[in-house]
Ligand binder design. Structure first.
Ligand code: PHB
Length: 377
């Protein structure tokens, strides 16, 4: 996305990717675009398929104590909504657009390392087909994820880490089954959280709260479906979850993580390289795109007008929004999950909060405006 935004300003960028094109185009990741992200993809010319295939949603359901409570985004957040469209589909569209525009993407780059970013002449070193390469550049954008090489290349002591690890994970499946609901269902259940999401009118994406180190071998498909029925279906209601062949399954750990600042010299961190949220608020990809939008503006001001001010304020600009997204993701996670150390008091308080959020217009509005995406500066 960053290289796409920069190319529209006539700024050259090379994407150095560790994995194969196939792997990043197939790996199932996030799936919900905030309103402004969908708009940005369309405005910058990479939204044709998104417009055809993306599913626009104007609400979600919170399901607890056997009942659904709809949060109406259109009404509460000024007509805004979200678009359900897989991150790997966004990746496919961006790769196609970059390659069609003559952009450079190096796939399957090995031994990637970054150097010299504390001075004026950074270098990215890597191997392709066993051959060493040096890429000399003006700036390095560390968009290489939580496990990437950029953040650990910054000298110890220059970054402050803020972190919270949750005592649970999500077991997620992708199933060839028409979603049993037109909108996402976030279910609070005695035995743990469950989520019904989707990727298309034929493909469901479903999650169950599980142990953080859950062993997938203990979860044959029948057990996953049994547990999903149990947590998503409410006794007596006619609604039934639709089943189908399981196409993919995996366990996601849940963590809140931020480093400050998001910059060191000419190395700028963006997305998961700088911050992680638990997936409950569907914010990971959206926040990464917010970062690179700010970075593309700062780099444009630098190259076109010789201004450094936006580069200097990049970290502060991003972090202001990042921390609000952290708060929201932590809050959605705390509201909906079962915590083993919860007392009966805590469970009652959690249910009271769900009741409040779904019965007070003021409370529902704060959920809606965060979910569809906070304004960009
Ligand atoms: C997903 O479809 O993968 C998804 C949707 C909503 C979330 C998290 C994940 O909150």
């Amino acid at each position: 996305m960053l290289s796409h935004l920069l190319s529209l300003e006539g700024i050259e960028a090379v994407v150095v990717e560790r994995h194969s094109r196939r792997r990043i185009e197939e790996r199932i990741r996030a799936g919900v675009l905030e309103q402004w992200v969908a708009d940005l993809l369309v405005e910058t010319g990479v939204g044709d398929r998104l417009k055809r295939e993306g599913l626009v949603h104007h609400g979600i359901a919170l399901r607890f104590q056997g009942k659904d409570h709809r949060i109406d985004f259109a009404e509460l957040a000024g007509g805004k909504g979200v678009t359900v469209y897989g991150q790997h589909e966004v990746v496919k569209d961006l790769i196609a657009a970059r390659l069609a525009a003559g952009g450079a993407i190096v796939f399957e780059a090995g031994n990637v390392s970054v150097h010299g970013f504390d001075g004026d002449a950074p270098v990215i070193r890597y191997h392709v087909d066993g051959e060493p390469r040096d890429l000399h550049c003006d700036f390095v954008a560390g968009c290489d994820g939580f496990h990437g090489v950029c953040r650990p290349s910054i000298p110890q002591g220059a970054l402050t880490v803020y972190e919270r690890v949750y005592p649970f994970g999500w077991l997620g499946i992708l199933a060839e089954a028409p979603p049993a609901s037109d909108e996402l269902i976030y279910a609070h259940h005695e035995d743990g959280f469950a989520l019904l999401s989707m990727r298309s009118p034929q493909i469901s994406r479903l999650y169950l709260q599980c142990r953080p180190d859950e062993d997938l071998n203990l979860w044959p498909d029948e057990r996953i479906w049994r547990e999903l029925h149990h947590r998503l279906e409410t006794t007596g209601a006619p609604w039934r979850l639709t089943e189908g062949p399981v196409l993919q399954k995996g366990v996601t750990a849940m963590r809140s993580f931020v480093v400050e600042p998001m910059q060191y010299g000419r190395l700028f961190l963006a997305g998961d390289a700088a911050h992680i949220v638990p997936p409950t608020g569907a914010k990971g990809m959206n926040t990464a795109i917010a970062d690179v939008r700010a970075l593309s503006r700062a780099l444009t001001a630098f190259f076109k007008e010789g201004r450094r001010d936006l580069l200097d304020s990049y970290s502060d600009t991003c972090l202001r929004r990042v921390w609000k997204v952290q708060r929201f993701s932590w809050w959605m996670t705390s509201l909906l999950h079962r915590f083993d150390d919860h007392t009966p008091f805590d469970r009652r308080r959690q249910l009271a909060e769900l009741d409040y959020v779904t019965s007070s217009r003021a409370a529902a509005t704060t959920l809606a405006e965060n979910y569809v995406g906070l304004p960009m500066e």
